[in-house]
Every structure is written in structure tokens, then in C-alpha cells.
Design a protein around this ligand. Structure first.
Ligand code: 6PG
Length: 244
């Protein structure tokens, strides 16, 4: 079994475990008077985590040391129902004392390629570098039912090795353009944490964790951190097909 696989009874317990990890890591950086640079994913899974952080961690997390970036963004305005920033703002940002200057939004409404280039330049300026690559303290990822992560989909594995750190992805069925961090930058992070819950993820989780034939079709399979394996925080439903 993957030593970095952490299984919890419910989505709530899984989110709570990730919240505790974020608190611990942010406090570590705070003690060093250093910022905590974190990149968040969107979709539906993180909402539980963001709501928990907003409801129970306002006073414990050193929000003034948090610098918030995104893993990916749909190419829509922030007011659009599918905006990752919009979801994060409603569930988290408007409830916590994080400085506006420390919120680095991907501008979904901009020209996609221009925004990808702008965001890459921003990351190169705002983050410390490791092996010549901008390095996050923590990147929070989700995984789609098709094994995609960020906006790196199975039909575009090239984004895992792209020379750019930020690129334009395309949703394979909707055709929606996305701004996304690419594999090189994600895999250079000090820590990468997947938050994955629900029965719809169980088959792909099994294939990836047990390296079944075809596991390498899934972008999630290629993700790791600078120092080693990615951490998988999953609930029982998502882990239900994994051999214990
Ligand atoms: C996005 C996310 C994406 C997400 C997965 C899982 O913009 O959609 O960044 O990578 O993490 O699609 O989405 P759910 O949490 O909705 O299952």
C-alpha cells in the first residue's frame, strides 16, 4: 500500500485532515516569518475543505502569511458559476482575513494564452525557485473521474512535460478552455496533496494505486512532489476498491 495514502471514514473527516495539514504547514512557515505559498484546485471536492477552513480555522491559521494561487481556472469570469475563483471566494476568501495583495487570481476572462503567459511570469516573480522552477510550499489537487488533475486531461499528457509552467488546457468533452499549471511546476512543489472523495473516483484510484494496466493513461499517475510521492487524502468511498 502507498505510504502516502491516507484513508478516512467520510468526506468531512478527509477535509478536516487536510485542514490540519494546511494549519501545520502554515504555522511552520509562520515561525520562520516566511510566507506560505499554496495553490488551490477547484471543482466540487474542495468546497467542504474551504467551508471548514472558513468556519473553524479563521483564528488559528496565520492568514496574513498565506499567499494564495490557483492550480487552474476555467476561462470564464469570476462571477460565472463554473469559476474556481468564484467558488473559492464564496466558500473561503470572503470569510477569512487574507490580504487582497496575497490573492493571485488566474484571470479567467482574459485571452487564455495571454493569461497563461502572464501567470507564468507572475509565478516566476512571486515564488522562490527550486531547480530553476517556481516552487510552491503546497499544491492542493483533485482528481476527475477520468484521472485528470489540474486541467491536464488524459488526451493531453504532453502538458505533464511542457516546457511552460502555465499553459492553456481544453476540457475534452465541453471544449472549455482552462488555464492550468503544468506537470513540471506541480512536480517541483515541496508538497503535493490530493483531496479525493466519493465512489465515482474508486475505479481510477484502484488502477492508479495498484498500477494496473492503463494506469499510465491517467495524468494523476505522473504527479509527485519535489521530494517524493504525492500525498493522497481520500475517503473510504474513493478508496473502496483498493486492496488493503
Ligand atoms: C477543476 C479542478 C479539477 C478538479 C477535478 C475534480 O478546475 O475542475 O481543478 O482538476 O480537481 O476535476 O473535480 P471534482 O472535485 O468536482 O470531482
Amino acid at each position: 500500500m502507498n505510504p502516502n495514502l491516507h484513508i478516512f471514514e467520510t468526506p468531512e473527516e478527509t477535509a478536516r485532515a487536510v485542514a490540519k495539514l494546511i494549519l501545520a504547514k502554515a504555522k511552520e512557515k509562520n515561525k520562520l516569518s516566511l510566507p506560505f505559498n499554496i495553490a488551490l484546485s477547484g471543482g466540487s471536492t474542495p468546497k467542504l475543505l474551504f467551508t471548514l477552513l472558513a468556519n473553524e480555522y479563521v483564528d488559528s491559521i496565520p492568514w496574513h502569511f498565506i499567499r494564495l494561487f490557483w492550480v487552474d481556472e476555467r476561462c470564464v469570469p469570476p462571477t460565472h458559476a463554473e469559476s474556481n475563483f468564484g467558488m473559492t471566494y464564496e466558500s473561503l476568501l470572503k470569510h477569512v482575513p487574507i490580504h487582497d495583495a496575497n490573492i493571485f487570481r488566474m484571470v479567467g476572462e482574459a485571452d487564455p494564452q495571454k493569461e497563461a503567459t502572464r501567470y507564468q511570469t507572475l509565478l516566476e516573480a512571486q515564488l522562490p525557485q527550486h531547480n530553476g522552477i517556481p516552487q510552491f510550499d503546497l499544491i492542493l489537487l483533485g482528481m476527475g473521474d477520468d484521472g485528470h488533475t489540474a486541467s491536464i486531461f488524459p488526451d493531453n499528457l504532453a502538458l505533464l512535460d511542457a516546457k511552460e509552467f502555465v499553459a492553456v488546457g481544453t476540457h475534452p468533452t465541453s471544449g472549455q478552455k482552462r488555464i492550468t499549471l503544468t506537470g513540471k511546476l506541480i512536480n517541483e512543489a515541496s508538497q503535493v496533496v490530493f483531496l479525493i472523495t466519493g465512489p465515482s473516483k474508486s475505479a481510477v484510484m484502484r488502477q492508479i494505486m495498484q498500477r494496473e494496466p492503463g494506469f499510465d493513461n491517467y495524468p494523476t499517475s505522473y504527479i509527485h512532489s519535489a521530494g517524493g510521492l504525492a500525498d493522497f487524502y481520500v475517503d473510504k468511498d474513493a478508496a473502496s476498491e483498493i486492496n488493503s
